[in-house]
Design a protein around this ligand. Structure first.
Ligand SMILES: NC(=O)c1ccc[n+]([C@@H]2O[C@H](COP(=O)([O-])OP(=O)(O)OC[C@H]3O[C@@H](n4cnc5c(N)ncnc54)[C@H](OP(=O)(O)O)[C@@H]3O)[C@@H](O)[C@H]2O)c1
Length: 267
């Protein structure tokens, strides 16, 4: 096998697997593809990918096997259908799942004699191959190094350590912050809408610059006197009251208040 530029197989050509494959092909990477619904591979074969008739057939073509499927049940089903074929290869599984699922699948892949690398994609499909995208990886460092030149064509690779569960843990940490921010932004827009004010130009001119400026306050410091927890709890209570007066669901802010009480106790 050529360690300098590994051949790559992609199992799963959904929205994300398709974007990964397109980036590999654009980077001139020798790529083999397989998808449960075979017709989804046609466009990639036209662009130069080889087609695997089955997962085992596709796996046999490459040093590095990327799985990008619906969930871990589908990953396990697809990989187990090729039991005995993985030895000596590197499996990079970028399917979303919990740390324990990554560790379980990693243990099975390792027992098959392959290197296992788990991945968390911090991007949506149009970002793949673009500057802002990064992908978290953990598991076999040797496998990561072997796959790295191919992985670099997808997004900036960030290796977190030998525990295959780490990529998932960090992925969920980042997603938690993102969904919290989205929920807060949704609440903000609802609050203004209750007085007939539109989302724009509020979002572009005030909300985004405000959120960017507030990054200076991360991570939260319970001991800081600049914005102490007691003061913030009063402000949150005022916000809750204002939201209720405008008939806006205050569930999100209610949870934030509880977390501020935790911070206050820690201070
Ligand atoms: N899209 C995003 O924005 C995004 C961002 C970050 C991470 N991800 C992660 O990337 C992974 C794939 O997401 P996606 O957006 O590509 O999903 P998707 O468009 O729904 O594609 C799902 C893929 O899984 C295949 N599949 C489903 N069940 C299967 C089974 N039992 N056996 C074999 N193949 C099966 C589908 O095959 P068929 O074509 O035959 O249905 C398809 O290739 C997920 O873990 C997701 O969390 C996605």
């Amino acid at each position: 096998m050529n360690r300098g530029s590994p051949s790559v197989t992609v199992l799963g050509l959904g929205a994300m697997g398709g974007a990964l494959t397109a980036a590999l092909l654009a980077g001139g990477q020798p790529t083999t593809v397989w998808n449960r619904t075979a017709a989804r591979a046609d466009a990639f074969v036209e662009q130069g990918a080889a087609r695997g008739a089955t997962p085992a057939d596709a796996i046999s073509a490459s040093d590095v096997v990327i799985t990008c499927l619906f969930d871990y049940a589908s990953v396990d089903e697809v990989l187990r259908s090729a039991a005995g074929m993985l030895g000596g290869r590197t499996v990079v599984n970028v399917t979303n799942g919990a740390p324990a699922q990554a560790r379980n699948t990693g243990a099975w892949v390792s027992a098959e004699g392959a290197e296992y690398v788990d991945g968390g994609i911090m991007a949506v499909p149009p970002m793949i191959g673009q500057e802002d995208a990064f992908i978290l990886y953990s598991g076999s460092h040797a496998g990561f190094e072997r796959a790295k030149s191919a992985l670099t064509t997808l997004a900036r690779p960030v290796f977190l350590g030998a525990d295959p569960g780490l990529a998932s843990l960090y992925d969920f940490a980042l997603l938690s912050a993102m969904y919290g921010m989205f929920a807060g932004a949704h609440h903000a827009v609802e609050l203004l809408a209750s007085e007939g004010i539109g989302a724009e130009p509020f979002t572009t001119e005030l909300l985004k610059p405000w959120l960017e400026a507030m990054m200076v306050a991360l991570p939260p410091d319970p001991a800081s006197d600049d914005s102490n927890a007691a003061m913030q709890i009063v402000a949150l209570e005022n916000m809750l009251a204002a939201s209720r007066e405008q008939a806006i669901d205050d569930e999100l802010l209610g949870h934030l208040k509880a977390s501020l009480h935790v911070l206050r106790r820690a201070a």
